[in-house]
Design a protein around this ligand. Structure first.
Ligand code: BES
Ligand code: MN
Ligand code: MN
Length: 459
């Protein structure tokens, strides 16, 4: 359909790669205050790359990291699209497990390794280059485009909902497009139909005022590590269900058609088992692996800390113990309700003899797409053209907190179309994006704007 776009992207492949590598070299770790200057530098980098294409740009301060906005609104009468992405990345640790350093992008076996390569720098950057292909070959775009690239997704997008709510006019769009997810399999383009939500907690258990000699005091003082282990052991029943009162009350059943589509996807637990490298799979009884990941809520321990963990043996009764626990939520569980239920549960099961506190760190709602309308038709057509295969509909276990806010506050459908792959190591050492997906993704997203403009014009 649009050979000029694909041709442009092919011819500029080397330069585009260099630009991506520059972006990947900036350690924009949102969780760490020592990277504050890097966050600003990255926001400016993104702003400049949009500005050089003729976008009107702005950097908006928040209580946290800045939001980059770029607007191109010269397609009179054509629809407007909001493209969302995030320039922040997860901390790279443990560093010793990276084959090449996290902020020195390196290509091996057709994969670009770097923190943020797939989550999400490579994926929003391919949209900027897709837009560039239009502007540099034709001097214009067939649709109006607003970029919103934030710097706090990996820490819960705490300040974004407020910004979206206060800037409804600026962000007003006919569709929202996000590439921050994965394809179902190599060569199999995918449109995402759901995301899980999140409610994240920290539990602190305080025992004695300070660490004690475990011989002189052990047996007569309640051990906070044991107390915390007992609390954690109450989170699930023998069937793998979350045993928090009321936890499932607002869980919505999946539509039979979507479940059927999910059942049609080629899957096998052996491949999945290999991907995770665990001795066996486990979870809620009565559900398949995909159902467990995409349609069921969870309660997972993310981190545990207590007592002596150094070399050798130290006989000590620790003064405190701490756990980070997160619940993944499904429609229509609300983070606020889960916070209330979770805290009540922890308070109820807390053993005597220790002081237990539970704090909610951040949360976000689950999301489910309607998958209808011109933006979805355009995505299907563009993905099929660029990948030579029609997209499948998938679900997702991860979360992007702002998605349901966009839908609600802007009243626009959200399209999630991702170019990551299973095993991409997002949030882990050796994160990578496939070069092939990066290239095809660019072409697909460039072509999508032609299809979308045509679909809206025809409607
Ligand atoms: N891009 C991911 C979420 C994701 C992963 C969506 C795979 C679809 C497929 C996002 O950057 C992320 O990591 N989200 C966090 C949210 C949290 C920090 C609020 C998550 O899911 O843990
Ligand atoms: Mn992401
Ligand atoms: Mn992430």
């Amino acid at each position: 359909m649009s050979e000029d776009l694909a041709d442009y992207l092919r011819k500029n492949d080397g330069r585009i790669r260099e630009e991506l590598f520059d972006l990947l070299r900036i350690p924009s770790v949102s969780a760490r205050s020592e990277h504050k200057a890097d966050m600003i530098r990255t926001a400016e980098w993104v702003r400049d790359s949009l500005k050089s294409l003729g976008f009107e740009t702005g950097i908006h301060q928040t209580k946290g990291h800045p939001i980059v906005i770029g607007e191109w609104r010269k397609a009179a009468g054509a629809p407007t699209v909001l493209i969302y992405g995030h320039y922040d990345v997860q901390p790279p640790e443990p560093l010793e497990l990276w084959t090449s350093p996290p902020f020195e992008p390196t290509v091996r076996d057709g994969r670009i390794f770097a923190r943020g390569s797939v989550d999400d720098k490579g994926q929003f950057f391919l949209h900027i280059k897709a837009v560039e292909a239009h502007l540099r070959t034709r001097g214009k775009l067939p649709v109006n485009i607003v970029f919103l690239i934030e710097g706090e997704e990996e820490i819960g997008s705490e300040n974004l909902a407020e910004f979206v709510s206060a800037n409804r006019e600026l962000l007003k769009a006919d569709a929202v497009v996000i590439s921050d997810s994965t394809m179902y399999a190599e060569g199999q383009p995918s449109i995402l139909s759901s995301l899980r939500g999140l409610a994240y907690f920290e539990i602190n258990v305080q025992g004695p005022a300070g660490d004690l000699h475990s011989g002189m005091y052990g047996g007569a003082v309640v051990n906070p590590a044991t107390a915390l282990a007992k609390i954690i052991a109450t989170f699930h029943d023998e069937q793998g269900r979350v045993a928090i009162d009321g936890f499932y009350d607002s869980v919505r059943e999946w539509e039979p058609e979507i479940r059927e589509q999910m059942r049609q996807l080629p899957t096998d637990d052996a491949t999945f088992l290999k991907e995770v490298g665990a001795p066996a799979l486990g979870g809620e009884h009565g559900y398949t692996t995909l159902e467990r990941l995409w349609t069921r809520p969870t309660c997972e321990v993310n981190g545990l800390l207590s007592g002596y963990t150094g070399e050798g043996a130290k006989t000590v009764l620790p003064a405190r113990a701490m756990a980070k626990v997160s619940c993944r939520l499904v429609p229509d569980q609300l983070p606020r309700d889960i916070e209330r239920l979770f805290k009540a549960h922890v308070a109820r099961v807390a053993p005597k003899g220790v002081t237990v506190t539970c704090e909610h760190l951040h949360g976000g709602r689950a999301w489910k797409a309607k998958l209808e309308g011109p933006i979805f038709d355009a995505a299907r057509a563009a993905l099929e053209s660029a990948f030579g295969k029609a997209p499948v509909i998938t679900g997702e276990g991860g979360s992007i907190p702002v998605v349901s806010d966009f839908e609600e506050m802007l009243g626009a459908p959200v399209l999630l179309v991702g170019f990551g792959l299973p095993g991409e190591n997002a949030h882990a050492p050796d994160e990578w994006i496939s070069e092939e997906n990066f290239r095809r993704g660019m072409v697909a997203m460039a072509e999508m704007w032609d299809y979308y403009a045509a679909a809206v014009a025809a409607a």
